[in-house]
Write a protein that binds this ligand. Structure first.
Ligand SMILES: CC(C)(COP(=O)(O)OP(=O)(O)OC[C@H]1O[C@@H](n2cnc3c(N)ncnc32)[C@H](O)[C@@H]1OP(=O)(O)O)[C@@H](O)C(=O)NCCC(=O)NCCS
Length: 192
């Protein structure tokens, strides 16, 4: 990873990657356990502490199989309870294009993505600063096609392959004048 960072940015280190992952991984704030990686987070409500959370990430390492995903989350509960007993986990959260409920208009109900969605309670949508941000994020992280720094236009959509249901959904949705949104879902740990 360090050599890739030097190749891409021309600088030593890992901090210039436009991703949160590598620097967090180095200081153990982020840990990969099976299908998911998890970032430790401290929660606060108003002016009081509210415990600790684990943010769930979905790295691009293969299908989002529900069994592998559940095993990963259960293993994370055990791992963090063992190594960070002073940080009892109050909640798991996931913030991603994967939790956009609009995907249900296009994907099969038994697709891995919709099954993943059903395992979280969706938090209310907050108005984004930039309505195009969700589109760019889904293109970049989800479809792994580099988006432009501006709103997506016809020429950008024409670059998205149309082989899969998700790729076709992405383009059809935007062509109809709508946007994709990054959403947050939460779930409680199984163990008390
Ligand atoms: C999350 C991910 C693993 C889901 O893949 P999956 O398990 O195949 O998902 P599903 O079974 O729900 O797929 C439903 C449909 O979308 C397609 N699809 C899913 N992910 C796709 C992707 N990254 N690119 C193109 N098509 C994709 C599938 O091929 C399927 O279409 P089909 O029935 O026409 O073949 C995959 O999208 C991925 O690796 N994404 C990159 C990582 C990412 O976005 N993480 C979240 C960051 S916030």
């Amino acid at each position: 990873m360090l050599s890739t960072h030097r190749q891409v940015t021309g600088r030593a280190g890992a901090g210039l990657f436009p991703l949160w992952g590598p620097p967090l991984r180095f200081r153990s704030a982020d840990v990969q356990i099976g299908r998911h990686s998890f970032t430790r987070a401290q929660l606060a409500l108003g002016d009081g502490p509210a415990g600790y959370g684990l943010m769930i990430h979905v790295p691009p390492i293969g299908p989002l199989d529900a069994t592998a995903s559940e095993e990963s989350i259960s293993a994370a509960e055990r791992y963090f309870a063992q190594w960070y007993p002073e940080e009892p986990v109050t909640v798991f959260s996931c913030t991603s294009w994967l939790l956009d409920p609009q995907l249900a208009e296009y994907l099969h109900p038994e697709s891995n993505i919709l099954r993943f969605q059903r395992r979280f309670t969706l938090l209310p949508e907050l108005p984004p600063d930039d309505p195009h941000e969700g589109d760019r994020e889904m293109m970049r992280l989800g479809l792994q096609v580099t988006p432009p720094e501006r709103s997506l236009e016809a020429e950008d959509l024409a670059r998205v392959p149309q082989h899969t249901t998700l790729q076709r959904a992405f383009v059809a949705h935007l062509r109809s004048g709508r946007h994709w949104a990054k959403r947050t879902g939460v779930r409680l740990p199984a163990a008390p």
